[in-house]
Ligand binder design. Structure first.
Ligand code: CAO
Length: 447
């Protein structure tokens, strides 16, 4: 005679942990589960725990759900077992096997605490399918130690057996959790992928794991603008390919400031806004003439330095859509007023999103000025294929000794980041010293 027995499976002893999150339910109603197969996965502050089924059977009803918190003794699911129940299975009812045994819903759910006869908990000493690994155990594993990888101990073990770096595996479980299937799929894909011609260099940048920030709180995703994406690519390429060094310096622009203020009044009537940047770009051009290496580019192969006989200077513009760098052409042939006009024209074009690719190409050197905003120093990233960039910070009044007397002077900090493959530190400091002297006495530009 056939018999059906309904067995309740409860949360086992969690080693003192309470209210632990259910992060995965591995079975569905109607599934056949083998004894010891994982039915749910829990995650506490310290460990991930895969809860195995104490017996084989068919899932009749699932009580817990992903996102709930559970404690020892909470009902996870009900399993139906037909025919003779294996004596190795959970504690079983001693009812007459010839009679169909049908536990009613109310009977099963009426027992919140595990009962030996009608329900099963996992005995304290029962081996969990994959016990949480201790920190020491995890450290013994050759790979997959990272706590940032979202995977249970069994998946980590499998990955270690197969030599898979879980950081490279995309998870398809809840909250991008990596499942065993994901590991198998990754191995299949890797084996069938065409072989790379060259081995990755020791300095290769490891792929970044995907992170689900919503697991720590509320988030909002906003796609980067096209300008931001382009900037990100260019900045990243420069950052990883150019050995950067930054030289800091400052210039006393007290006289330059007084001259600029006086001229600003006159030029305002002509619609020209004269800011320190126009003077700085003019002075930089003189410094480039004096130090031609700074007006050069390294060939893509890295074996030739290409000196330029033109002076096109880029300047960083902060727009609501991101950072752009229009280029003022032939600055050596322009007056400071002409440069100011160009800065104004190109900045407006940038903010109106009307710059053409031509407006942004062919630069020899870039100036990034944050002086209108603030800050004391910063380290700009070289705008490849250029070899150096000037960062300008806000000028401030400071007491400075002049003939043993402290006098207030307007001091402007600036920095020069450069490609150390092309420029040596001594060249860099000669360049900044020269530039500082020009800005401190702008009349020298006339010489
Ligand atoms: N020290 C003190 N004051 C300064 C200064 C400095 N170094 N540079 C500019 N100022 C003053 C200007 O004189 C102006 O004041 P007044 O109106 O009283 O004359 C005020 O600051 C604002 O200047 P501005 O920013 O409008 O003009 P600018 O020519 O200095 O800069 C531009 C133009 C387009 C470069 C600027 O608007 C901009 O976008 N800067 C940001 C660049 C940036 O993001 N760089 C970072 C790139 S790396 O992430």
């Amino acid at each position: 005679m056939s018999s059906e027995k309904v067995t309740e499976v409860h949360v086992p002893d969690l080693g003192g942990a309470d209210q632990v999150d259910v992060i995965e339910v591995s079975v569905s109603v109607g599934d056949h589960v083998d004894q010891e197969a994982t039915i749910i996965t829990l995650e506490s502050d310290k460990a991930t725990i895969e809860v195995p089924s104490p017996i084989s059977g068919t899932v009749k009803e699932i009580i817990t759900a992903v996102g709930q918190s559970v404690s020892q003794g909470d009902l996870i699911l009900r399993l139906s077992t037909s025919g003779d129940v294996d004596s190795d299975d959970a504690d079983s009812d001693s009812s007459d096997a010839d009679e169909p045994v049908q536990h009613s819903e109310s009977f099963a759910s009426a027992a919140p605490a595990p009962k030996a006869s009608e329900s099963s908990t996992i005995p304290d000493k029962a081996p969990l399918n994959a016990e949480p690994l201790s920190a020491a155990q995890e450290d013994e594993l050759p790979i997959n130690r990272s706590k940032q990888v979202h995977a249970g101990p069994a998946v980590r073990r499998l990955a270690n057996e197969l030599g898979v770096d879980l950081a490279q595996v995309e998870g398809h479980g809840p909250k991008q959790r990596i499942l065993k299937e994901d590991v198998h799929q990754f191995v299949k894909q890797t084996l069938s992928a065409p072989k790379a011609h060259t081995a990755p260099s020791a300095g290769g940048v490891p792929e970044l794991p995907k992170i689900d920030f919503s697991q720590w709180g509320s988030t909002e995703s906003v796609a980067l603008t096209k300008i931001q994406r382009t900037s990100a690519t260019n900045l990243h390429r420069s950052w990883v390919t150019i050995p950067h060094v930054t030289q800091f310096d400052e210039a006393d622009i007290t006289e330059l400031h007084a001259f600029r203020k006086a001229e600003s009044v006159r030029l305002k009537d002509q619609g020209v806004k004269l800011t320190p940047l126009a003077f700085i770009i003019k002075a930089v051009t003189h410094a480039l003439m004096q130090f031609p290496k700074f007006n050069a580019s390294l060939s893509t192969e890295g074996d030739t330095l290409i000196y330029k006989h033109y002076y096109h200077i880029g300047f960083a513009v902060d727009t609501p859509n991101g950072l752009v760098v229009p280029v003022v052409r032939d600055v050596d042939r322009l007056s400071v007023t002409d440069i100011a006009r160009e800065l104004q024209r190109l900045s407006e074009k940038a903010r109106d999103k009307k710059l053409t690719p031509n407006d942004m190409q062919g630069g020899c050197f870039t100036v990034s000025s944050l002086g209108g905003i603030g800050g004391t120093q910063f380290t700009p990233i070289v705008n490849w294929p250029e070899v150096a960039i000037l960062g300008v910070s806000k000028a401030a009044s400071r007491p400075v000794y002049h003939d043993d007397i402290l006098v207030p002077r307007l001091i402007m900090p600036f920095s020069l980041s450069y490609d150390h493959r092309v420029i040596d530190g001594a060249d860099a400091v000669r360049f900044t010293t020269y530039l500082s002297a020009l800005l401190s006495d702008i009349r020298r530009v006339l010489l």
